[in-house]
Design a protein around this ligand. Sequence first.
Ligand code: DGY
Length: 337
Amino acid sequence: IRHLSVAKPRILVARELTEDAMAALEKETRVDFIRTGIREVCPKDTMIRYLKESAPISGIILTLTEKVDQEILDAAGPSLKAISTMSVGYEHIPTPLLKERSIRLGYTPDVLTDAVAEIAVGLVLAACRKFRDAEEELRAGKWGAWNPTWMAGMGLTGKTVGIVGLGSCGVEVARRLVPFKVGRFVYQGTRPHADKERTLTPPGATFYSSLDEMLPLCDVLVITCALTPQTQGIINYGRLKLLPKGAVVVNVARGGIVVQPDLVRVVREGHLGGVGLDVMTPEPLPMDDELLRLPGMTLLPHLGSATRETREEMSQITINNAVNGVLGEPMPAELKL
Ligand code: DGY
């Protein structure tokens, strides 16, 4: 255990990040790190205990799984200058409370964009071409003689792909789908992105401010937007039914954007050609969840950013955000609150 100096700012590391990042952290001399040593989710009461017993704490390093609330902020008290999350998503952080208390927030955008885009493309292909159902049939010994219609899915050539939220992930998903000869892209969000549209031309991308107008055009719908109060539950029963019959839905953003019981209902009605989800509600998905009993579902356990390279970069940025945050220096990636 490193000797704690009185003068150095202290950063609580609520749970361990990657091994390399933890080794790098040990070399940082400008701050003291208090490590819980936890490799799984850090329970709230443990975090509060550390915050109190190791006070004053200037910074907290955490991940998506550690939900921050008023009680945690109160336990940290006025010494808390920065929170650094190893995630691009920050719905587990009460940003208005941080703003009120002038606590800075570091996060990890950009470095995971390529990894998430890869997972999205994988899910589009898997859902369109029925990878999961087909493999299940094969493993169950149901692979009979060649058949003209068995496991026939939907090709991407000439199809319209709709992207909800043409942010950095959205545009990278679309770019990766261009070589599959997609007919055109449509996207919905708060504003058009002329610069990103240009990179998708040909085949071209068209902005829609209204989801209801865009959805009837989409053979494939890929959800990549952030979960905010404005996007919570926007993909509901009525909207899913606006998609053409046989459309494929992929979500790599957050489960809360889709009303999951509505998705289940629409799949049961046979309206969709396939679904690929990297995110769902809740996570982890309970083994008795209906999603697991539906055909045509490719489900991944939130692996969007899960490449070794990406997780290493995310860990490093998280540490640098925290250190710079408590030292009052510019963070590599700070969210404007
Ligand atoms: C994030 O960073 O928000 C991803 O969902 C998990 O890596």
